[in-house]
Design a protein around this ligand. Structure first.
Ligand SMILES: [Zn+2]
Length: 112
C-alpha cells in the first residue's frame, strides 16, 4: 500500500513539474522587479547615493564570490545558506538586506 501511495505521489510530482517551473520563473521575475523598483527609490544610508539596479548586480557578484570561496575552501561540504545580502552600494560598498514585508532595504551589520 505504501508503495502505491509513493508511486501516486511521484506521478503527481511529475505531472505538476510542467506547471510549477513556469510559476517559479514568474515568481522569480516578480521578485527581481520588486527588488529593482525598491532599489531605484532607496538611498544609501552611508553616502546618500541611490542604490539602483547596479547595487543589486554588485550584491549578486559579491554573493557569488562568497559562495565560490566557501566551496573552494571547504570542498565536499554541502552548504545550507540563507542569503541576506541583497544590495551593495556601488559608491561606498555598504551592504543591505531586503525587508520584503516593508519593501525596503535595511543596512546589514558590519563585522569589524
Ligand atoms: Zn553608499
Amino acid at each position: 500500500m505504501k508503495s502505491v501511495v509513493f508511486l501516486l505521489k511521484m506521478m503527481g510530482v511529475v505531472v505538476a513539474i510542467p506547471f510549477l517551473i513556469p510559476v517559479a520563473i514568474v515568481l522569480h521575475r516578480l521578485d527581481r522587479r520588486r527588488l529593482r523598483k525598491a532599489a531605484n527609490q532607496a538611498h544609501c544610508g552611508s553616502c546618500g547615493a541611490i542604490l539602483g539596479s547596479a547595487s543589486l548586480q554588485r550584491a549578486d557578484e559579491v554573493w557569488a564570490e562568497h559562495v565560490a570561496t566557501l566551496m573552494r575552501d571547504r570542498p565536499g561540504i554541502r552548504f545550507r545558506l540563507i542569503r541576506h545580502l541583497r544590495a551593495t552600494c556601488v559608491v561606498c560598498g555598504a551592504e543591505y538586506d531586503f525587508d520584503a514585508a516593508r519593501g525596503v532595504f535595511v543596512a546589514m551589520a558590519t563585522v569589524a
